[in-house]
Design a protein around this ligand. Structure first.
Ligand code: SF4
Length: 118
């Protein structure tokens, strides 16, 4: 993925209600033709949905990031589920001991996997 495609998908993903293609090329500081090529690539790689949209009587497209199923493996560390799932604590991410313990376990798992491969 090119830098501009990466920037485009980040912009689209950061606006859950979608972003107009006629606005996207301005935000990316590229011309509309180049934007069309970027959008086509994102559609072809199944990252974005494009819906017809009229803005002030002018036809454009509304671009929305596709929702993807989360790999459950990404929520686990040593068989422990990410503590944020079903957490009822008042959240303070910066100093949460549950999250720190889980991330520490995740780091140990990754270190163990790397060493077992070599
Ligand atoms: S960061 Fe800690 S307090 Fe916040 S939701 Fe996750 S586990 Fe709960």
């Amino acid at each position: 993925m090119t830098e501009i495609e990466d920037e485009a998908i980040r912009l689209i993903q950061s606006t859950p209600e979608g972003i107009l293609q006629s606005e996207l090329w301005k935000l990316l500081n590229i011309d509309s033709r180049k934007c069309s090529r970027v959008v086509k690539k994102l559609i072809d790689t199944d990252m974005v949905d494009r819906l017809e949209y009229k803005s002030d009587g002018i036809k454009t497209y509304l671009l929305k990031a596709k929702k993807r199923a989360i790999d459950p493996g990404l929520l686990m560390a040593s068989g422990e589920l990410l503590p944020c799932i079903c957490c009822e604590e008042e959240c303070s991410i910066q100093d949460c001991p549950y999250l720190m313990d889980w991330m520490y376990q995740l780091a140990i798992d990754e270190f163990s996997e790397e060493n077992s491969e070599s």
